[in-house]
Design a binder for this molecule. Structure first.
Ligand SMILES: [Zn+2]
Length: 180
């Protein structure tokens, strides 16, 4: 947790990556996996003032448990850890303004599915905005119902337990050398 390398390895750590991941592992024992990516779409939506909008079913999976973290430069400042932890709270999805996305979960599959849903939600939002037409947002009453159902998501049942093994089988078929 202090960034000290314990094993005999030729590799070093990425200080900014360590700041972000260790901050989350410190306060979220349920987060056995934390995924943080700089996809163009999560950077773009994170940086929009309104953030993620209720425009697709994919956004419904992220919005009930979504937080934001303001940009502070490269995350090498230990003081940012506390602000990151406070911003995250008990949410499972985070948009880092000017920076990217982050999800977590009790398994790799859960964290992956959360990022997959967040990524697709951001892609659809940007497509809709690029089209320049008026959009139909998901009505609040339907959002509220989904928010109630989201307790299922919060308990970790993201679908990752089905999707992740199937993705691994696909990766095996494509090129098993990824396991080496
Ligand atoms: Zn980053």
């Amino acid at each position: 947790m202090d960034g000290n390398i314990l094993d005999d390895t030729p590799f070093t750590i990425n200080p900014a990556g360590f700041t972000i991941h260790s901050a989350i592992h410190e306060v979220r024992p349920d987060a056995h996996c934390v995924i943080h990516l700089h996809t163009n779409e999560t950077i773009a939506v994170a940086t929009q003032k309104e953030g993620l909008l209720p425009l697709s079913q994919y956004s419904m999976f992220s919005l009930p448990s979504l937080s934001y973290h303001a940009y502070e430069g490269l995350a090498v400042n230990a003081a940012e850890r506390k602000r990151l932890q406070d911003d995250l709270g008990n949410t499972n999805h985070m948009l880092l303004v000017n920076h990217g996305g982050l999800t977590l979960g009790p398994t790799v599959g859960d964290a992956f599915m959360r990022f997959y849903d967040l990524q697709r939600a951001c892609e659809v939002q940007l497509m809709l905005q690029s089209a320049g037409k008026e959009n139909v947002a998901v009505p609040q009453s339907i959002q509220d119902n989904i928010f109630a159902q989201a307790n299922i998501v919060h308990s970790g049942a993201t679908g990752g337990q089905k999707a992740w093994p199937s993705l691994l089988r696909k990766a095996w078929r494509l090129d098993p050398s990824f396991m080496e």
